[in-house]
Design a protein around this ligand. Structure first.
Ligand code: ADP
Length: 368
């Protein structure tokens, strides 16, 4: 019988797992939030993943359960595991991608460099942290943040009055980084793992806008350190599937871990064109406990630019018209300002030419 993978969440990450599942010959099913979900191309159940009946019914029909997002409540996943469902990554790992404070606590015991951090429960805690860090800090809501929502630069406890009213928050040293990097690792349940080349990510207003693979101007030490950090975390937290570790590259050359995702990640979209194995295929192979494949690049450089707002037929057509080198990915979403609607990738030998090309193509056909 054909193996069935169930994906909770019907966003673009689930959508892009579909061709990888087809190539592997496994069946993919999606538990989506609405019948207009990006991943609605696959066999789809529409339902609420926080509802036990819906989730457990969906899970009983698949051989392995994995995720497009990390929002499924931990106690529900633990119940599924107790019922014999194969959940990858498991709830014990996934919780560290759900809760940034817990993630900091778990990483603090490992040999991985972190920014200074503290959990603040009241204005006095914020005051003390600010006093220790030149009067400035980055505050984060432990849960539910994404794309920079739930992240604020603060200089007085008043800046986080509203957040503190609903519970403890995470405070971090404001890191003066030279750039942001992301390391992807794919790990099988029995422990084998592979590392993708470390990439550079460019954020605009807290949202990933552009990715370059491999990260330019990097020393062999940085490459090795990024891969080491990824491996240490994947092993220590017992991650199965793809783990993305977002990192700050600091002026001293030290890398500091920012945050984790345990699923395919925006920073890894370049590997669909640029890698021998895409991150989506690597994720499926890993959660299936199959051989992980080759993560090396097929081209010297790859650049990805996100399309925000709209990636409808006209915009994609205009991007393709701009250059035959452009590889399109539209997520099939209704246009909405600021929404990640698709991305474009180009690969080749000349990094500067590729950047100009992909940026130009992303502007072509954009609705003003
Ligand atoms: P999200 O979950 O919304 O992606 P992140 O924790 O990754 O939130 O933060 C979003 C962006 O905010 C980061 O990519 C980085 O540019 C900036 N940022 C986050 N934490 C810090 C920090 N401690 N110091 C400096 N900048 C930070």
């Amino acid at each position: 019988m054909t193996i069935r993978v169930g994906v909770v969440g019907g966003g673009q990450l689930a959508r892009m797992m579909i061709p990888a599942a087809q190539a592997l010959g496994v069946e993919i099913r999606v538990l989506a939030e609405s019948d207009e979900a990006s991943a609605g191309l696959a066999a789809t159940v529409v339902g609420d993943y926080t509802d036990w009946e819906t989730l457990s019914f969906f899970a009983q029909e698949v051989d392995v359960l994995t995720f497009d997002h990390e929002h499924v409540p931990t106690h529900l996943l633990e119940r599924l595991v107790a019922d014999g469902v194969v959940v990858r990554p498991g709830p014990h790992a996934l919780v560290c991608a759900q809760d940034k404070s817990l993630m900091r606590e778990r990483l603090a015991g490992l040999d991985v460099p972190l920014p200074a951090w503290a959990v603040a429960e009241d204005p006095g805690d914020v005051e003390r942290f600010l006093a220790q860090h030149d009067g400035v800090a980055v505050a984060k809501t432990p849960r539910g943040g994404y794309d920079g929502k739930g992240v604020r630069v603060v200089s007085t406890p008043k800046d986080v009055d509203d957040w503190l009213a609903s519970g403890p928050i995470l405070l971090e040293q404001k890191v003066e980084f030279v750039r942001e990097l992301a390391q992807l690792v794919a790990r099988r349940p029995q422990g084998d793992s592979v590392s993708f080349p470390v990439v550079e990510t460019l954020q605009k207003d807290g949202v990933c806008a552009e990715v370059v693979a491999p990260a330019p101007d990097q020393s062999s030490e940085i490459i090795a350190e990024a891969a080491r950090i990824g491996r240490v975390i994947a092993e220590a937290l017992d991650v199965t599937g793809v783990l993305a570790v977002e990192m700050f590259d600091t002026p001293s050359g030290q890398l500091l871990v920012n945050e984790l995702a345990m699923r395919p990640h925006n920073s890894g979209h370049v590997f669909t064109e640029a890698g021998v194995t895409s991150q989506f295929e690597a994720h499926l192979r890993a959660v299936l406990d199959w051989p992980l494949g080759d993560t090396s690049l097929r081209q010297p450089w790859a650049v990805m630019v996100n399309l925000f707002g709209d990636a409808g037929n006209e915009r994609i057509h205009a991007a393709l018209d701009y250059s035959p080198q452009i590889r399109p990915h539209a997520y099939g979403k209704h246009p909405r300002p600021g929404r990640k609607a698709g991305h474009l990738v180009a690969t080749g030998d000349d990094l500067e030419q590729l950047k100009t090309l992909v940026r130009g193509a992303s502007e072509a056909g954009r609705q003003q």
